[in-house]
Design a protein around this ligand. Structure first.
Ligand SMILES: [Zn+2]
Length: 82
C-alpha cells in the first residue's frame, strides 16, 4: 500500500505538524481533509524522491543492473570505482 504525503492547505497544523502520511489503498481517492484536524489537505508532489526510493536503498547489484556506476566509499571524499 503506497504511503502518500499530504499537507494542510494552511501550511501549518498543530495536530499533523504541517505534514502527514496516509496509506492509500490501491485505487482509493486521495482524501481532501486531514483525518486528524479536519483541515483541507493537498498531496505533496515529490518528484525527485518517489516514496518507493525513500525506504529501500538499491543494492550495488541492482544499481549496476539499472546502469548506474557503483562506487565504494573509501573514506572522506574518496570513492573507488567497482
Ligand atoms: Zn492536521
Amino acid at each position: 500500500m503506497p504511503l502518500k504525503r499530504f499537507r494542510p492547505l494552511s501550511g501549518k497544523c498543530r495536530l499533523c505538524k504541517g505534514e502527514l502520511e496516509l496509506k492509500l489503498a490501491g485505487n482509493a481517492e486521495s482524501p481532501s481533509v486531514c483525518p486528524k484536524c479536519g483541515q483541507g489537505i493537498e498531496p505533496i508532489q515529490n518528484l525527485s524522491a518517489p516514496p518507493a526510493r525513500i525506504n529501500r536503498k538499491p543494492s550495488p547489484t541492482q544499481a549496476k543492473a539499472a546502469g548506474f556506476q557503483v562506487y565504494k566509499r573509501l573514506g572522506k571524499g574518496e570513492y573507488e570505482k567497482q
